[in-house]
Design a protein around this ligand. Structure first.
Ligand code: NAP
Length: 247
């Protein structure tokens, strides 16, 4: 069994790490769908780049925290490109603030997108993944979810929750030939990290033994490997792509 002929879905595929993942998967899967939150320009550009790579591509605006919208969007992927054989759940947001000052809404929203959103998408793709005895799920977590990070109680909790979700789904789906893993990036150069203030940015980089930020493409390569036929016997694992930040 292999990825040949399957459809891949990447949430948050319009920009940053998700875009790099979608482009990486374009070399492995003939059909690639992306979900995005609202940046239509970015989504259109990604679709054009995917099509230039010769894949059949589709971008759908879908807030992953909205369970019904997710069900509808996954149904559209199925109708247009066929059942999802590989899901990369990457959509994520931050709303940082020290715990004492963090509003309940900021906590709930981050968990709703990063954790509940990942659950909604995995659930909506579940039956598709079971078809044909081969499937792939990769969740994009974060080293914050493994080591904690001051100012990120909401984000770290959501990403730690993804580890439990990964291992549970891995156990449920392994007997059916579906692997479920989590890639935990460290500090990666994207719009998300470019939005940080220079002082926080400098401190974060000091904590990276490799001495530099990672590139989105470096995360995408790890995801691509886990989605390939070469990773059939790897499931329930957490793979850090972090330049040694957490060890
Ligand atoms: P980014 O540049 O901010 O891109 C976020 C992507 O997620 C965009 O495609 C965005 O769509 C989409 N998105 C946001 N909210 C969504 C929602 N509610 N529903 C559907 N899509 C949504 O982020 P990034 O840096 O590439 O991060 C990607 C993933 O890696 C996230 O899960 C993040 O937590 C994780 N991560 C990043 C780093 C890092 O250093 N950058 C480190 C560790 C983990 P629009 O384009 O429409 O806004």
């Amino acid at each position: 069994m292999s990825e040949i002929g399957r459809t891949a879905l990447v949430t948050g595929g319009s920009r940053g790490i998700g875009k790099a993942i979608a482009l990486e998967l374009a070399g492995r899967f003939p059909r690639v769908a992306i979900f995005y939150a609202g940046r239509e320009d970015a989504a259109r550009e990604t679709v054009e780049e995917l099509e230039q790579k010769g894949v059949n591509a589709l971008a759908l605006k879908c807030d992953v925290s909205d369970e019904r919208a997710v069900k509808e969007a996954v149904a559209r992927v199925r109708e247009t490109l066929g059942p999802v054989g590989a899901l990369v759940s990457n959509a994520g947001i931050t709303r940082d603030g020290l715990t004492l000052r963090m509003g309940g809404e900021d906590f709930a929203r981050v968990v709703a997108v990063n954790l509940a959103g990942a659950f909604h998408v995995a659930q909506a793709c579940y039956r598709d993944l079971l078809r044909g005895g081969w499937g792939r799920v990769v969740f994009v977590g974060s080293v914050s979810g493994l080591m904690g990070n001051p100012g990120q109680a909401n984000y770290a909790a959501s990403k730690a929750g993804l580890v439990g979700l990964t291992k549970t789904l891995a156990r449920e789906l392994a007997p059916r030939g579906v692997t479920v893993n989590l890639v935990a990036p460290g500090f990666i150069d994207t719009e998300m990290t470019r939005a940080m203030n220079p002082e926080t940015l400098g401190k974060a980089l000091q904590a990276v033994p490799a001495g530099r930020a990672g590139r989105a493409e470096e995360v995408a390569k790890a995801v691509g490997f886990l989605c390939s036929g070469d990773a059939d016997y790897i499931t329930g694992c957490v793979l850090q792509v972090d330049g040694g930040m957490y060890m």
